[in-house]
Design a protein around this ligand. Structure first.
Ligand code: NDP
Length: 262
């Protein structure tokens, strides 16, 4: 599907894998030039080489960095401006969840999780804001259903996710009318995180389809399966696009119907 990004520039943090990579591909297919970042340089370079082969060098820019380093993020924004001259969409996607209960979460773990969840939004937003304002652009944050429906086995991720959602609501008011701010609330999407958990499964004889199917049944996902990264990317691309021009401060659930609240 084409989401109408011809001539636009998008930035995707955590663009080398899973949902971020699917978002980069969807945006490129929709006409955007895309800048992506992630920490692991070798994987980022491999991904960028394929994207450049498929979409052309002039439309792809990759930089290895952590979104938790404000100086590196600021430099990245400067390079994007030098390279493309503008930024119409920022997708704050970088990160991962933390499996832990209250009893096995140390103070250090709490601090690290809050730092990751909040500053992965704060640093890129601050760095790209001048360009986003000039372009009357949009921010789409990748957040989790855990923000509204916490799970005891992901206690600090759930709590930090709720804080992020609160921050996004404030941003949607403070940055209006120049910049729209929305989020996707993901349930279980079969990306890098779940591939790693699948690789560490207790019963190594279980196939991926069996393990994912059992997981969907255990979680009670009404659509009966995990989502695909491309399905999350479609929601992100929509919220950032001109088709969502009157939507700000909203969240779109992409979970196969997993939420239990109205
Ligand atoms: P993946 O592990 O497949 O991708 C994560 C991406 O983020 C990678 O490119 C990774 O690259 C990058 N990344 C991680 N930390 C940093 C950092 N500090 N700075 C820059 N890049 C970073 O995971 P998903 O696609 O599943 O996750 C994407 C987002 O969706 C995450 O925020 C995750 O928490 C969220 N989410 C996912 C769900 C799911 O079911 N998949 C459910 C709910 C939320 P590198 O490691 O090289 O830095």
């Amino acid at each position: 599907m084409h989401y109408g990004y011809d001539g636009k520039v998008a930035v995707v943090t955590g663009g080398s894998s899973g949902i971020g990579l699917a978002t980069v591909e969807t945006l490129l297919q929709s006409g955007a030039s895309v800048a992506l970042c992630a920490r692991t340089e070798s994987r980022l370079n491999d991904v960028a080489a394929v994207l450049i082969r498929d979409h052309g060098e002039e439309r792809v820019f990759a930089r290895a960095l952590s979104v938790l380093e404000p100086g590196a993020v600021k430099d990245f924004a400067g390079s994007v401006e030098a390279r493309f001259g503008r930024c119409d969409l920022l997708v704050n996607n970088a990160g991962q969840g933390r499996l832990s209960t209250f009893e096995d979460t140390s103070d250090e773990d709490w601090r690290a999780e809050y730092e990751l969840k909040l500053f992965s939004q704060i640093h890129p937003t601050r760095a790209f804001l001048p360009m986003l304002r000039r372009a009357k652009g949009a921010i789409v944050a990748v957040n989790s259903l855990l923000a509204y429906q916490p799970e005891p086995h992901m206690v600090c991720t759930s709590s930090a996710r709720a804080g992020v959602q609160n921050l996004l609501k404030s941003l949607s008011v403070e940055l209006a009318p120049d910049v729209r701010v929305n989020s996707v609330l993901l349930g279980l999407v079969g990306s890098g995180q779940w591939s790693r958990r699948f690789a560490e499964r207790e019963d190594q004889s279980q196939s991926r389809a069996e393990w994912y199917g059992a997981l969907a049944a255990k979680k009670g996902i009404p659509l009966g399966r995990l989502g695909n990264p491309a399905e999350a990317a479609a929601a992100i691309a929509f919220l950032g696009s001109p088709a969502a021009s009157y939507i700000t401060g909203a969240q779109l659930e992409v979970s196969g119907g997993l939420s239990r609240y109205i």
